[in-house]
Write a protein that binds this ligand. Structure first.
Ligand SMILES: [Zn+2]
Length: 247
C-alpha cells in the first residue's frame, strides 16, 4: 500500500495490510473514485480500495476485512450475473448512484459478510458506523414487497448483533408491521448455525428470500494466484464437499 495511506493507519490496521499483502504477494492499491462510495475490488489483476470523499480508519479497516475474508481466507461471496435486473427502491430516481445503493442494500450476502466484519471491527476498537442501517430501518416501507423482504433480512442480521437496544426495538417494531419478524428470525438462526459454511449460508438465504437459486453466482478468489472462479450454487456445493467442508 502506498506509504502515504499506510502511515496514517494505526499499527493493528497496518499489520492487517501486511498480512493480506504478504499472502497475495502484491500491493493493495488505494484510489479515489468519485463514482462510488467506499469499496474494495478484488479484481484478479489489481486489488484496490476505492473511496469517494474521505477515507477514515474505520472505512479502511472495513474494506481490508472484506479483502482478508475473500483473498486470504478463501470465503466465497454470492452475486448476481452481470446484467441481472435486481431492482431499486420504489420511486427512487433513475440515476446510477441510487440504483447502485438499491442493489447493494438488496445484496443479502453483503450483510452476511458485514455481520462478521463488524464483529472484528468492534473487537479491534473501531466499531462500524451503523447510521446507514438505521436509516434503512426508517425507509423499509419504500421498497416493494420482495425487495423489502431481502432488506429486512440484512437489517436483522446486522442490527440484532451490533445495534443498540433502541435499534433492536425499532427494527422489531418495523418487522412486525410488515409481517417479517418470524422469517427474519428463522433465517438468522440458520445463518448462525451454519457459521463457517458460507455456501450453505448462501443457499439458506436464497431460499428465505425466495430468489431462484439459478440467479445466483458464487465467486471464489485465489489471492495468491490472482484468479477468480465463478460457479453456480450447485458447483460451489460440490467444491465444498470435495474440500470436506460440508457434512
Ligand atoms: Zn462492506
Amino acid at each position: 500500500m502506498n506509504y502515504e495511506y499506510r502511515r496514517q493507519l494505526p499499527a493493528p490496521v497496518q499489520a492487517l495490510v501486511d498480512e493480506i499483502e504478504g499472502h497475495i504477494g502484491r500491493e493493495i492499491g488505494v484510489s479515489r473514485n468519485p463514482q462510488m462510495g467506499c469499496g474494495a475490488r478484488a479484481n484478479p489483476k489489481a486489488v484496490t480500495i476505492e473511496y469517494r470523499d474521505e477515507l477514515t480508519t474505520e472505512n479502511m479497516l472495513h474494506e481490508l476485512l472484506h479483502l482478508r475474508r475473500q483473498l486470504v481466507n478463501g470465503i466465497p461471496v454470492a452475486g448476481f450475473p452481470s446484467g441481472t435486473k435486481v431492482g431499486a427502491p420504489e420511486g427512487a430516481p433513475e440515476d446510477s448512484e441510487s440504483v447502485m445503493a438499491g442493489v447493494s442494500w438488496l445484496w443479502f450476502d453483503l450483510h452476511v459478510e458485514h455481520a462478521a466484519i463488524f464483529e472484528t471491527m468492534r473487537e479491534m476498537g473501531y466499531p462500524e458506523d451503523l447510521s446507514a442501517y438505521r436509516a434503512a430501518v426508517d425507509k423499509l416501507g419504500s421498497w416493494d414487497a420482495p425487495n423489502r423482504r431481502l432488506v429486512a433480512f440484512g437489517l436483522y442480521l446486522v442490527l440484532m448483533r451490533h445495534g443498540t437496544i433502541g435499534d433492536r426495538n425499532n427494527l422489531v417494531a418495523r418487522l412486525i408491521e410488515f409481517d417479517l419478524l418470524n422469517p427474519a428470525r428463522e433465517l438468522d438462526t440458520l445463518i448462525r448455525k451454519l457459521e463457517g459454511r458460507k455456501v450453505d449460508q448462501i443457499v439458506a438465504s436464497v431460499r428465505a428470500a425466495r430468489i431462484k437459486q439459478a440467479c445466483i453466482q458464487v465467486v471464489y478468489y485465489d489471492g495468491k494466484q490472482g484468479t477468480k472462479e465463478v460457479l453456480s450454487v450447485e458447483q460451489a456445493l460440490e467444491r465444498e464437499a470435495r474440500a470436506g467442508r460440508v457434512n
